[in-house]
Design a protein around this ligand. Sequence first.
Ligand code: HEC
Ligand code: HEC
Length: 363
Amino acid sequence: MITNLAKFGLLFAILDCASSYAFAEERILPVLDEPIQPIPFDSSLDPAKVALGEALFNDPRLSKNNSLSCASCHILEAGGDDNMTIGTTINGVPHVINTPTVFNARYNFRQHWNGAAESLPEQVDLVLRNHMEAGSNWNELLTKLSQDAVLVSSFNEIYAEGLTRENYLDALNTFERSLITPNSRFDQYLLGNKAAITEDEKKGYERFKEYGCISCHQGINIGGNLFQKFGLFYDYFAERGNITTADYGRINVTNKESDLHVFKVPGLRNVEVTAPYLHDGQAETLQEAVDIMGKTQLGKTISEADIELLVMFLKTLTGEYMGQSLAAKGHTIAGANHGSDTSAKQGSTDDESSLASSGGNGS
Ligand code: HEC
Ligand code: HEC
C-alpha cells in the first residue's frame, strides 16, 4: 500500500532525478547531468546462479560437436569478443559478422548488430540453433547435459524444477547480467571526480558532443539503444564492395526497405580493447573507425587532431570486471582461442550469410 507520504517521497525522488542518478535495482548516486550515464553497481544477482551461469557460458557441450562454448567467441580476458575481423564457426569456416562484446550487453535494447534478438535469453536461443554457432537444439542440449550428475545437482540445488530450458536460460542470463564493467575513468568523472580524466580527454568528450556522435552514442552503453542507417552521408558499402547479406542489416529481420543497412548503434564501452571495429570488422584501429564515422554518419572529415582527441576520450570508457581493468589483459590477447586465422575477410560466405545475419534462424 502506498501512503500519501510515500507518494510524496516518490514524487520528490522523481523530481530529484534531474540531478541525481537512479536505476531500478541499484543505489542512487549523484552524477553530472550528461547524456551518458555511469554503469550502476549491481549487487542484486544471486551468486549461485551467476556461478552456474558461468559454468554454462564456458561449457562446449553447448555446440553440437562439443567444440565451442560461448567463451570461445566471447573471451572475457580479451574484452568479451574474439579480437578477430570475423570469427570462426563450429565447422571452422568464417562467421558472417564481427563478434560484439558480451560485456554490458544487458544494457542494449536489442541484441545482435541487426537487433534480431529482443532479449538476452532470446539471443541464447538463436545461438543454440544457429548452424554456425552451436548448431544444436534444446532437446539435444538438455539430453546431453542431463547425463552430467554434478551439473544436474547444481541445478537441483537452485531450482525446484532442476535442469530445464527455462532454468538453463535463467542461470546463463544471470551470469550475462553480471558481465558489467563499472568504474571506468569516465564514469568516475561523471560521478563527480573531476580529476579522473585529463584535459585532453575532456576536450575529446566535448568534440564527441560538438560533432554529434552523442546523438547516436549515448545512455549507459554510449550506444545500444537506437537503430541507425550505416552510411547516412556516404555510401560505405559501395566503396568497400563485396556486399554480403549480413551487410543488409536490419532488413534481414523486418523485410522493410527502409531498414536496408540499418544497424543497432553499438555501445562504445571498452572499445579500447575490442578491435577490430564495425559489423564487418574492417576498421582495425579506433582512429579508422572514428574517421569512417565522421564521413558516413556525420558527413564530415574530422581532422587528425580531433580524431586523436576523440580516441583519447573513447579510451576513458574502459571499465573494470571483477575489480580489474579490462585494459590490463585485453591488449595482449590476439585472436580467438579456437582458430588461427585472424584475418578472415568477408565475401566468401555469401550463401551462409542469410542465416546468421538474421540472427541464425536455422531452426
Ligand atoms: C561461433 C562464435 C560464437 C559463439 C559460440 C557465441 N557467440 Fe555470441 N555472438 C557471436 C557473433 C558473431 C555475434 C553477432 C551476431 C549478429 O549480430 O548477427 C554474437 C552476438 C552475441 C550477443 C549480442 C551482443 C550485441 O551487442 O548485440 C550476445 C549477448 C552474445 N553473442 C552472447 C553469447 C552467448 C551467451 C553465447 C553462448 C550461449 C554465445 N554468444 C555464443 C559469436 C558467437
Ligand atoms: C547517425 C548515428 C551515428 C553517429 C552520429 C555516430 N555513430 Fe558511431 N556508429 C553508428 C553505427 C550505426 C555504428 C555501427 C556501424 C556498423 O558497423 O554497421 C557505429 C559504430 C561506431 C564505432 C565502432 C564500434 C564497434 O564496436 O565496432 C565507433 C568507435 C563509433 N561508432 C564512434 C563514433 C564517433 C566517435 C562518432 C562521432 C565522430 C560517431 N560514432 C557518430 C552510429 C553513429
